[in-house]
Ligand binder design. Structure first.
Ligand SMILES: C[S@@+](CC[C@H](N)C(=O)[O-])C[C@H]1O[C@@H](n2cnc3c(N)ncnc32)[C@H](O)[C@@H]1O
Length: 203
């Protein structure tokens, strides 16, 4: 039994599928800065301190802490399908007295948020794990303010990584267009805004 559990965790850790919460600590290793640091991500998000921001799939909160700090008068919503990941993130953020954060467990379907509430929605190495991608992107369109944008980062080495073409096809089908792209050897961030709206993307 234990052996089967270990096999399943190891399979999901090295292969496709939802990242196992038992390996969450690996998402906090500082070498990740080489791929994408919280500081670089914050620059790409072009945040204001009073923004309302949704992070989908925060895991243990590697990026969440820095984003919450940048929102000194705003709120960060963390939305993950695994309650264990949310517990881990909550523990880290509360230990650092970060109180402007709300925690929501995802059901895998619709979002539990009102229309047009978020200035930014971001995901780092998450979308490839989401089964219901089309529904999620439609929900992003519904909950994003018209002048906001969605930022998607995909990093090298992630077995679920989506390509630029795959991402752009998915977002275009839901009425988004690319407003900014950042690419390095280690990965890619693309910001998508609603087609026909300005978007404060810093471009
Ligand atoms: C590879 S981890 C990345 C965590 C974090 N973004 C980071 O880069 O450190 C992917 C995360 O997405 C979450 N996830 C997978 N499918 C999801 C879904 N349908 N809705 C919300 N979160 C999901 C997983 O539970 C996990 O916490």
């Amino acid at each position: 039994m234990l052996n089967d559990d270990l096999k399943s965790i190891s399979k999901r850790f090295t292969g496709k599928g939802v990242f196992p919460y038992q390996m969450a600590f690996t998402l906090l290793l500082p070498f990740r800065n080489l791929f994408l640091s919280p500081k670089t991500l914050i620059e790409r998000l072009d945040l204001n301190r009073n923004h309302t921001v949704l992070e989908i799939g925060p895991g243990p909160g590697y990026f969440s802490l820095a984003v919450a700090k940048a929102l000194s008068q705003g709120v960060l919503y963390l939305f993950d399908i695994q309650q264990e990941m949310l517990n881990y993130a909550r523990q880290r953020l509360e230990r650092r007295s970060q109180s402007n954060v709300q925690y929501y467990q995802a059901s895998g379907a619709n979002f539990p948020f009102e229309d047009n509430v978020f200035d930014r929605i971001f995901l780092v190495t998450v979308l490839g794990e989401v089964e219901n991608r089309e529904t999620y992107i439609r929900e992003m369109a519904r909950t994003l303010k018209n002048d906001g944008f969605v930022s998607v980062s995909e990093l090298k080495g992630d077995p679920d990584r989506l390509t630029e073409n795959e991402l752009t096809a998915l977002f275009q089908a839901a009425g988004f267009e690319c407003c900014r792209k950042y690419e390095t050897f280690w990965g890619l961030t693309i910001n998508y805004k609603k087609k026909g709206y300005g978007g404060t993307d810093g471009a």
